[in-house]
Design a protein around this ligand. Structure first.
Ligand code: ATP
Ligand code: MG
Length: 724
């Protein structure tokens, strides 16, 4: 007899979980809270399918992110062996659907050689579609406006709207919202009187505020032209990977049948973060086999900003009336105190299925929630390193610690404190502070102008510091820095001009000459390029003028004069604010150090401390989805950080949906905890409301409050001026 794949896995499950794992022959919804074993039972369900004779190559498993797919593959490999794990169809929704599109590019009007346009390419195409397309109220020359338009275009696509239908669809949406508002005003009773279709439209995108409307309308107007341009270039954008197969399945029965025969079983983890389009994709693909398992937790839906809607999971039983619904209530991950706190926190959200998780364990001493309050974020980070070191000792080899943050600029003080304490750390789904693009650019500027002042400096740089600016060896660092920033922001110095300057300079290889070579006439630059080279060389005197000032101030005025700060201020990238914050953080570090060389030595130390295998891992609240660790530290639980500022602004305008999403993100972070949660706050701002809410679920004696003393010898740092 062949060995059962499922038996050893099922043995470890409780009765509720086992039922959910074995009901494979009809639609199933597993809707339950964090840490209740959803992902665990999903693996067991794969085992059950294998035992029932389904080939691994017809079992499709969709996970939310590529890193979760990798983790899942490892677990599958452990359970079923390498050969089976490799054959399972496993990936994010986009990667799975992308494979279907690859098999039938004609459904999108593409050839078999089509490319997937990256973000920058699709941004350029949007711009072009605006310039060629219908006149809208959006100004193509304004990057911020273009970014907002791009966001709404992606959301229209994530809603599953076809190019030709977009304008009518947006009209219908706004109409539905207006009717719902009127009903609410008249009867005070909301939109219950509306027909279900209108009700659904009215409830979409609660963050669609009045000022966003021109962007949404413009997105709908340019959408057909944008798709045409992509098609002319034989390109699909990221959203198209899901969109085209869905549109094709909607209208063409033969395609639908073909795609449906690809996989006979669909298992979707983290289903709550599926967009309307993804929900429809899974529904269509499983329509014939009816073997679809949707697994998720509405309380952990944290991607609303990119078009995810909990309607997909909450309405699953309406779309699949014969679906078996499983609710698991026992949490196996968190210590009981953490679980009570998490329950109390999420209870403050209104639009949810009320559920209260119970713990399988008894309360243990030493599992109290720790709240450490410091005067500054630096003090808190310094304190937490000792806390981490104690836990690592206590937990031994298998211990794990997560440092969780809401926004990526927060890592700088944490990384710094870890480096100083000699604790190695890894980053999940993020890169370390000194590897971020904007930080490397700023360091390149510093290196270039610092080396003009002190030519000997560059020779003494640590190797990993040279790597920061993209140079293989220390002796190449300054030239690499120059190449990196000479045309950033654009100064008309394209590759040809840079090449010409470089050739001239090779005759007189003094670093300062590298800047002068462009304007010496020998490089024969003209027009814009000559102007750009002159401006760049002119920064040298700006830099020397600031000699004697703190290094952070010097950096800030250099970046300002170079136009680099403005570059991000006007950049059409949603991450621009984070990047400017990272630059401010860099200037804060520089303030505490005497020379550019010291700053590079400091960065090198930090880079050398990054170790992917370390038990201490840093990640965002969002990046922590699906993972778990013994000790979880939530950094800077402050108003304006978690919840983040945009949510506070929306709240002031009467829109609480974003605060609820922030609360779910904090809930995701907290429920990663197996043993102890530690929360850091500082008196630099106002404590997050989430702290009070979560502590409302536990007794005072279950909270250890620590007042962190100021760090001995700490320098007080001045706040940085606004960029510009
Ligand atoms: P999340 O909502 O965070 O994605 P989840 O519901 O997917 O969580 P899992 O990650 O599957 O939960 O499980 C959480 C933890 O509980 C894991 O450490 C897992 O090994 C353990 N676990 C799950 N089921 C059981 C069980 N029946 N007995 C003991 N431990 C279990
Ligand atoms: Mg999970």
């Amino acid at each position: 007899m062949t060995r059962s794949h499922a038996a050893p896995l099922l043995d470890r499950l409780n009765a509720e979980q086992r039922a959910a794992a074995t009901e494979t022959e009809r639609p199933a919804l597993v809707l339950s809270g964090a840490g209740t074993g959803k992902t665990t039972l999903l693996i067991a369900r794969v085992g059950v399918c294998l035992d029932r004779g389904y080939a691994p190559g017809e079992i499709a498993i969709s996970t939310f992110r590529a890193n979760l797919a990798r983790e899942f593959r490892l677990r599958a490999q452990h359970a079923f062996g390498l050969r089976i794990a490799r054959s399972l169809l496993m990936g994010t929704c986009h990667s799975l659907m992308g494979r279907l599109l690859r098999s039938r590019p004609d459904v999108a009007g593409l050839t078999e050689h089509y490319d997937v346009a990256d973000e920058a390419a699709s941004r350029r195409t949007i711009l072009e579609a605006c310039e060629r397309g219908p006149r809208t109220l959006v100004d193509p020359a304004d990057r911020k406006q273009m970014a907002r338009l791009g966001k709404w275009l992606a959301r229209v696509k994530a809603a599953g709207v076809a190019p030709g239908e977009a304008e009518n669809w947006v009209d219908a949406l706004l109409h539905a919202k207006a009717i719902a508002r009127n009903l609410e005003g008249e009867a005070g009773g909301g939109s219950e009187g509306l027909d279900p279709g209108l009700q659904r439209l009215a409830a979409m995108w609660p963050d669609l505020a009045e000022p966003e409307l021109p962007y949404l309308r413009a997105a709908a107007a340019i959408y057909p032209g944008y798709q045409q341009l992509l098609r002319d270039r034989d390109q699909a954008d990221f959203d198209d990977l899901v969109l085209w197969p869905v549109l094709a399945m909607r209208r063409d029965e033969a395609v639908r049948k073909q795609f449906q025969s690809w996989a006979s079983t669909w298992l979707v983890d983290e289903y709550q973060d599926s967009s309307d389009l993804q929900v429809e994709a899974f529904d269509l693909l499983a329509q014939r086999s009816r073997r679809l398992a949707a697994i998720g937790d509405d309380d952990q839906s944290i991607y609303g900003f990119s078009g995810a809607t909990t309607a997909g999971i909450l309405r699953f039983p309406e779309r699949w009336p014969d679906a078996q619904v499983f609710r698991l209530t026992r949490n196996y991950r968190c210590s009981p105190i953490v679980l009570d706190a998490a329950n109390a926190l999420i209870a403050h959200n209104e639009g949810r299925f009320a559920k209260r998780l119970v713990s399988g364990e008894k309360r243990k001493r030493g599992e109290n929630i720790v709240v450490a309050a410091a005067e500054t974020r630096e003090d808190a980070a310094w304190w937490v390193t000792a806390y981490i070191a104690d836990w690592l000792d206590e937990l031994g080899d298998d211990g794990s610690v997560f440092l969780l943050y809401r926004q990526n600029w927060q890592t700088r003080v944490i990384e710094e404190a870890l480096v100083e304490a000699g604790i190695r750390y890894g980053l999940v789904g993020d890169v370390s502070f000194y590897e971020r693009q904007e930080v490397r650019d700023a360091l390149a500027y510093l290196l270039l102008f610092g080396a003009c002042e002190d030519p000997a400096m560059a020779g003494g740089l640590p190797g990993s510091a040279a790597a920061v600016v993209g140079a293989p060896r220390a002796e190449d660092a300054v030239v690499a820095a120059w190449e990196r920033v000479a045309n950033l922001p654009a100064r008309g110095l394209g590759p040809k001009s840079l090449d010409a300057i470089h050739r001239c300079w090779a005759e007189h290889p003094e670093i300062a000459d590298l800047l002068e070579a462009g304007i010496a006439g020998r490089a024969a630059l003209k027009g814009k390029a000559l102007e750009g080279a002159t401006n760049l060389a002119g920064l040298r005197s700006r830099w020397s003028d600031t000699g004697g000032q703190p290094l952070g101030d010097r950096l800030w005025s250099l970046l300002g004069a170079a136009g680099y700060l403005r570059f991000w201020e006007t950049h059409d990238d949603p991450s621009s604010d984070q990047r400017l914050k990272n630059l401010e953080e860099l200037a804060r570090v520089a303030d505490g150090l005497p020379t550019v060389a010291d700053l590079f030595a400091h960065a090198a130390m930090s880079l050398d401390s990054v170790d992917a295998l370390s038990p201490v891992r840093l990640m965002t609240f969002h990046g922590a989805k699906g993972l778990e660790a013994h000790v979880c530290i939530l950094a800077d639980l402050m108003e304006g950080i978690a919840p983040a500022k945009p949510a506070l602004l929306a709240e002031q305008q009467g829109e609480p949906a974003l605060i609820e999403e922030e609360r779910r993100a904090a809930y995701v972070a907290l429920t990663r905890t197996m043993t102890q949660a530690c929360i850091l706050v500082s008196s630099a701002g106002e404590e997050s409301r989430f702290l009070g809410e979560l502590l409302g679920g536990v007794a005072a004696r279950e909270v250890d409050r620590v007042t962190v003393p100021p760090r001995p010898g700490r320098q007080r740092r001045r706040p940085r001026r606004a960029a510009g």
